[in-house]
Design a protein around this ligand. Structure first.
Ligand SMILES: [Zn+2]
Length: 263
């Protein structure tokens, strides 16, 4: 019988040596997640309809649609909600026609707006995974990625009719949370038990990191290992930024396309 001790060592190493993951910034709340085996976009395909917030550069959109490096294969495109600074139905439709491998997960509302964009939708429809607004976790398993999604109301009364889904995904062993434009109310998050088990990276609208209800949600309910602030405006918001630096000195605030965190 072979010596078990020596057989076990490589086995343990293969489980503990985790591959490198990265998240790179596209614009507003748009990000690109890469691991050894997976590539995922969230809220990354839209134009400059809202001038207050950054939009993907023309070159990025061109690279995305032409399947240029690093976008040769995109396993998933997740969309938090159908606001034009997160999602453009015509552009998403064009992207999905080029990327026949990509599964889309988004609120049912966003699927409806894609279907309205044109008539020949047969190729696309099987890959449009529309989610109904339910304030509890809904688990999907697509392209080898576990995707948990839950409805959390969009902030601001004028936006309550736009369904906002948050995403908690497990990408090659790392847990990544994206809140979209969730309302900054701790009551929405209580039943979601976000921090069990711990979250590796949380992508959160930057105002959560500066004001008490949001700080409470991040510190007591989300408790991520790494914190990345998104939705920072083009003109800047230095007062809020100062508060973020005081409350979360280790937080990364995404501001420029191409910024990256590794974990
Ligand atoms: Zn929004």
């Amino acid at each position: 019988m072979p010596n078990l001790k020596f057989l076990l060592i490589p086995l343990i190493f293969s489980f503990t040596a985790s591959a490198q993951h990265s998240i790179s910034y596209i614009a507003n709340e748009g990000i690109f997640i890469q691991s050894e085996n997976k590539s995922i976009l969230i809220d990354a395909i839209f134009d400059n309809y809202y001038e207050t917030y950054a939009s993907p550069s023309e070159q990025t959109i061109q690279y995305l649609n032409a399947k240029e490096h690093p976008y040769q294969i995109v396993d998933l495109l997740l969309v938090t909600h159908a606001h034009l600074d997160h999602f453009n139905p015509e552009m998403v439709s064009k992207f999905l026609k080029s990327h026949r491998e990509t599964e889309l997960v988004c609120p049912k509302q966003a699927v409806d707006s894609i279907v309205k964009t044109q008539e020949n939708m047969e190729l696309l429809i099987p890959r449009l995974n529309g989610v109904e607004p339910k304030a509890e976790w809904n688990a999907l398993f697509l392209k080898g990625v576990s995707v948990h999604t839950a409805y959390v109301r969009h902030g601001g009364k004028q936006n309550y009719d736009v369904d906002n889904q948050i995403y908690l995904i497990n990408v090659d062993g790392k847990k990544i949370l994206h809140l979209g434009d969730a309302e900054m109310d701790p009551a929405h998050f209580a039943q979601l038990h976000l921090s069990k088990p711990p979250i590796d990276v949380a992508l959160i609208p930057y105002w959560f990191l500066a004001y008490p209800p949001g700080i409470d949600i991040v510190k007591n309910q989300i408790k991520p290992n790494k914190l990345v602030a998104i939705h920072y405006p083009k003109v800047g918001d230095p007062k809020t930024l100062e508060k973020i630096r005081d409350n979360f000195p280790n937080a990364v605030v995404f501001m420029k396309e191409g910024e990256m965190v590794n974990f």
